[in-house]
Design a protein around this ligand. Structure first.
Ligand SMILES: Nc1ncnc2c1ncn2[C@@H]1O[C@H](COP(=O)(O)OP(=O)(O)O)[C@@H](O)[C@H]1O
Ligand SMILES: Cc1ncc(COP(=O)(O)OP(=O)(O)O)c(N)n1
Length: 286
């Protein structure tokens, strides 16, 4: 297993960018991304796509940021601070997807560029509240996925994007192939929602080789932000220069540990927690 070395005092850390929505409950979205990036020793830059009114039981409001402001945030940080990897989360609408894809292509993020782009194609919250306009699915298929170095859908997103209902190993392989066929360089079909299994199997594919990542299922109802946390950890490892299979192995181990540390919050589902990283003999301020 790889390790991500933190920077020495005063040394500029590795930088990564998240292009995603804000979760007012602090469990998913930008907030989850920034927690994982900080605790992985990575400086996280942010392009906010939407402000959600969200807590542990659901999403009751969404305020979208104008597409040109989303693109301007990306351009501003990449041309000044510089990033070694980027990820997308909630993109909300077709115009925001179009703006993000255009600015990423312009700056060499994803596609044929040097900066890897991890696309978590967020469509809905775990409560079933939509986080993407229905008419944006064509933009996801035709614009966003072809720009992705890695796409990381959960099983509901796989069904919406490819029409494939993943119920077992065979359909999971078929879905990974369909996503690569749509233009992603790599596809990771997450098996977190395969409730029939006592494992949580994720499948990575690049059009040539399949790689399986399995962990024992953690018995928790507190898994809010799991997808964001996985994609952020992968992005951090890519920013450190690791290969895709190494980065996914790291992300899978990271989210597994965060699921073990997940805690109750509010009246619904609590978040996965990277705060386990703060415990240990060196944590005292003295
Ligand atoms: N109960 C669980 N135990 C172990 N791993 C899990 C569990 N639930 C989800 N995972 C893992 O967490 C990551 C996020 O998965 P998933 O829940 O499918 O995504 P999302 O949060 O986007 O719906 C995946 O690596 C998945 O395998
Ligand atoms: C603002 C925002 N972005 C993304 C999500 C979804 O988070 P994710 O980790 O993919 O999954 P769940 O926690 O919904 O299972 C969100 N809720 N809000």
């Amino acid at each position: 297993m790889i390790t991500l070395e933190p920077p020495a005092d005063g040394q500029t850390p590795v930088r990564a960018l998240t292009i995603a929505g804000s979760d007012s409950g602090g469990g998913a979205g930008i907030q989850a991304d920034m927690r994982t990036m900080a605790l992985s020793g990575v400086h996280g830059c942010v392009a906010i796509t939407a402000v959600t009114v969200q807590n542990s039981v659901g999403v009751t409001g969404i305020h979208e940021i104008p597409p040109e402001t989303v693109a301007a945030q990306v351009r501003s940080v990449v041309t000044d601070i510089g990033v070694s990897a980027a990820k997308t989360g909630m993109l909300a609408s077709a115009p925001i997807i179009d703006a993000v894809v255009a600015v990423c292509a312009e700056l060499g993020i994803g596609g044929g560029g040097d900066i890897p782009l991890v696309v978590d194609p967020v469509c809905a919250s775990m409560h079933g509240d939509p986080l993407l306009a229905l008419d944006a699915l064509d933009s996801v298929r035709q614009q966003l996925i072809p720009q992705a170095t890695l796409v990381t859908p959960n099983l509901d997103e796989v069904r919406l994007i490819t029409g494939i209902d993943v119920v077992d190993d065979g359909t999971q392989h078929k879905a990974a192939a369909a996503l690569v066929e749509l233009g992603a360089r790599w596809a990771l079909v997450k098996g977190g929602h395969l409730r029939s299994s006592d494992e949580s199997p994720d499948l990575l594919y690049d059009g040539d080789r399949f790689h399986e990542f399995r962990t024992v299922r953690v018995p928790t109802g507190h898994d809010h932000g799991g997808g964001d946390t996985l994609a952020s950890a992968i992005t951090c490892a890519l920013a450190h220069g690791f290969s895709m299979p190494e980065a996914v192995e790291y992300g899978k181990a990271w989210v597994h540990r965060c699921l073990q540390a997940a805690y109750p919050l509010g009246h619904g589902h609590g978040p996965v927690s990277p705060l386990w990283r703060l415990s240990g003999p060196d944590r005292a301020l003295d």
